[in-house]
Design a protein around this ligand. Structure first.
Ligand SMILES: NC(=O)c1ccc[n+]([C@@H]2O[C@H](COP(=O)([O-])OP(=O)(O)OC[C@H]3O[C@@H](n4cnc5c(N)ncnc54)[C@H](O)[C@@H]3O)[C@@H](O)[C@H]2O)c1
Length: 396
């Protein structure tokens, strides 16, 4: 890989500050660019706080902390990126902002500089097309919090040069991340799997099939996930979930990607999760008692296992089915999917591993049951049919 050490990070908010920190920790010289003095101080504050926490926890020495801070130059002058070798953009998720930033970076940076975007849901191809160097533009999708989460999705477009993707993956490794190379498709791997799963949980909750606690507990208990889907929606941001669902819907137009009506209403009502103090749960510190259990016939039948499967399977099987569909589509390998969900979402086991462990009967119970098939929006991934007709038991 070509040697370089000067990295630019544009936007030092939630993600950019963490990304700047990660590069500086790995020894790169970082130029962190913000839009004005106030935002710059906020960005500097994010980095300082994150490093101080690491020192308090004994994960970093005071010397290392000052070394890392010394490697980050904070500036509001984008022109300082004129000799950057690699730039990561992390400004808010709006195409008008990305357009302005990329046009400017394209003008400022030398022709060989790789420009990466941390976008979660916009088209990397479209962003690349805003520049005169689409072959040198790539997605580098970090996970929140960037200093902690190990996954980085490296998104190549039909315009990116293979060398650009290879360098970006190498850079990800150098900063201690586990890269998963994907192509430009809505939601990439992790969000395209995680958010419809959250949406399904919201739909089950909305139809009073189970209470929010039943939903969250069922999944965490059954698959040992770090948190339940409704808790996660509050953490990620209910509005962010809706934005991802809408992008998936826009691209694929299948019922599986239609946002649950309640998800949209929550956003309209400003119940965005932790950041607004209220989402599916209360985060204001006020008493938030467990909800009463729904008692309708569907709720009772699911609770009693009368359909031949439990609530956890009802939510997890469609989720795992989406992962199988991704493998069947040739979008990502079983290995990459499992890596993405383990390192990006903290799953103890990837969805394909879960499938291989539990087998087709677990699946069939949910996907082939006539009534529950109408409860979830999942229809069996074609790869399952292929496995069935060929008698193949495993995906790898
Ligand atoms: N928050 C997440 O969990 C998460 C995870 C992965 C990817 N992303 C993506 O990362 C990007 C940034 O998201 P975020 O959550 O960090 O947003 P944020 O709002 O926390 O931070 C964005 C920062 O960019 C700055 N900014 C705005 N315009 C600018 C400009 N023209 N030049 C320089 N700085 C500018 C803002 O002042 C702000 O500090 C988005 O594309 C988002 O989709 C977010």
């Amino acid at each position: 890989m070509q040697e370089f050490d000067k990295v630019g990070v544009v936007g030092l908010g939630t993600m950019g500050a963490g990304i700047a920190e990660v590069f500086a920790r790995a020894g790169f010289q970082v130029w962190g660019v913000e839009v004005d003095g106030d935002a710059l101080e906020r960005g500097r504050g994010h980095v300082r706080r994150s490093l101080s926490k690491a020192v308090e926890k004994g994960k970093l020495s005071a010397d290392e902390q000052s070394g890392i801070l010394g490697r980050i130059s904070f500036t509001t002058d984008r022109e300082e990126l004129r000799d950057a070798d690699f730039v990561v953009e992390a400004v808010p998720e709006r195409m008008d902002l990305k357009r302005e930033v990329f046009a400017d970076l394209d003008r400022i940076c030398p022709p060989g500089t790789i420009l990466a975007t941390n976008t979660s849901s916009l088209s990397v191809t479209e962003i690349a097309a805003l520049t005169e160097r689409p072959d040198k533009v790539v997605g580098l999708h970090f996970f929140n919090p960037a200093p902690v989460m190990k996954l980085t999705e490296v998104v190549g477009t039909i315009s990116s040069a293979p060398a650009t993707v290879a360098i970006a993956a190498e850079v990800a490794k150098r900063i201690g991340k586990t890269p998963v190379a994907v192509t430009d498709r809505a939601g990439f791997v992790a969000n395209a799997l995680l958010v419809p799963f959250i949406n399904d949980a919201i739909s089950v909750y909305e139809r009073r099939i189970a209470s929010r606690e039943e939903i969250d507990n069922a999944v965490t208990k059954d698959a040992d996930l770090p948190m339940g889907p409704l808790t996660l929606a509050d953490l990620v941001g209910v509005d962010v979930c809706l934005a991802v669902m809408d992008v998936l819907w826009e691209e694929f137009r299948t019922p599986r990607y239609a946002a649950a009506p309640l998800l949209r209403r929550m956003v309209s009502a400003g119940r965005l999760g932790r950041k607004s103090g209220r989402g599916f749960y209360d985060h204001t510190g006020a008493q938030d008692p467990a909800e009463e259990l729904p008692t309708g016939p569907l709720a009772q039948a699911v609770r009693a296992g009368s359909f031949g499967f439990d609530l956890a399977a009802m939510l997890l099987v469609p989720h795992v089915n989406d992962a199988l569909r991704m493998v069947g589509d040739g979008y990502a390998s079983a290995q990459d999917i499992d890596t993405a969900m383990r390192f990006g979402c903290g799953y103890p086991k990837g969805p394909i591993e879960l499938f291989e462990e539990r087998g087709l009967p677990w699946f069939g119970a949910v996907l082939e049951a006539p009534i529950p098939a109408r409860l979830t929006t999942a229809t069996a991934a074609p790869v399952l049919l292929a496995m069935e007709v060929s008698g193949q038991q495993r995906l790898r």
